[in-house]
Ligand binder design. Structure first.
Ligand code: URA
Length: 217
């Protein structure tokens, strides 16, 4: 597995991350969503450098220019609902991509133990395509794995890119052992710890609630 951690080089992403983590600034839901979306846009640009292009010629008003056209077929997938802003950022850049949505949630067995349930899947065929799977908080890696396996029912992608805002070290080890060896993981930060509720620490909190508000359970 290849890991690209944007935090290794201070950049605009560091600014977005600071705002996402700040307990006061993150109360502004629109800014929270937009900052995640912006990370998705940056990730898309970085991923685009790894993709395949064909030479073509494009007529301008003054002549003909040599240009490139993306030859890979892309599907952007995400896990509802927290994945939506990251998905939007990726889709803003890969505007010709197909889009897949998986609903996976934590069903608690008791105070601390839970299992992840997949209950909804809407996806185009992914056979032979580049699958870019977005989950903003890669805490254990279990939801990402379930989503990936649910999507395999739509074919086998030729390449897999996982995109997260924050990944825990534990999740990185999980991804290393549960995903194809040539998977690339793109993250804006890596945090060391998970708490007893499997939230990333220091993390940023509940990404779904911060993006869309609390829900009635
Ligand atoms: N999901 C979140 O929204 N936050 C975490 O820290 C872990 C999972």
């Amino acid at each position: 597995m290849k890991i690209i951690n944007f935090a290794e080089h201070p950049s605009l992403v560091s600014t977005f991350m600071r705002e996402l983590r700040d307990v006061d600034i993150q109360k502004d839901m629109m800014r929270f969503r937009r900052n995640i979306e912006r990370i998705g846009e940056v990730a898309a640009y970085e991923i685009s450098k790894e993709l395949h292009y064909e030479e073509t010629e494009t007529r301008t008003c003054l002549g003909v220019a040599k240009t490139q056209i993306l030859s890979d077929r892309i599907v952007v997938g995400s896990i509802l609902r927290a994945g939506l802003p990251l998905h939007q950022g990726l889709a803003n850049a890969f505007d010709g991509a197909g889009n897949a949505f998986v609903s996976a949630y934590r069903e608690y067995d008791n105070e601390t133990d839970f299992h992840v349930k997949v209950e909804y899947l809407a996806s185009p065929r992914i056979e032979g395509k580049v699958l870019i799977l977005a989950d903003p908080m890669l805490a254990t890696g279990a939801s990402m794995e379930l989503a990936y396996h649910a999507l395999l029912g739509k074919g086998t992608p030729k390449e897999l890119h996982l995109v997260s805002v924050i990944a825990s070290r534990q999740a990185i080890e999980y991804v290393r052992t549960h995903f194809p060896a040539d998977t690339t993981l793109w993250v804006a930060a890596i945090d060391d710890t998970l708490n007893e509720h499997k939230y990333i620490v220091p993390g940023l909190g509940d990404a779904g609630d911060l993006a869309f508000g609390t829900k009635d359970d």
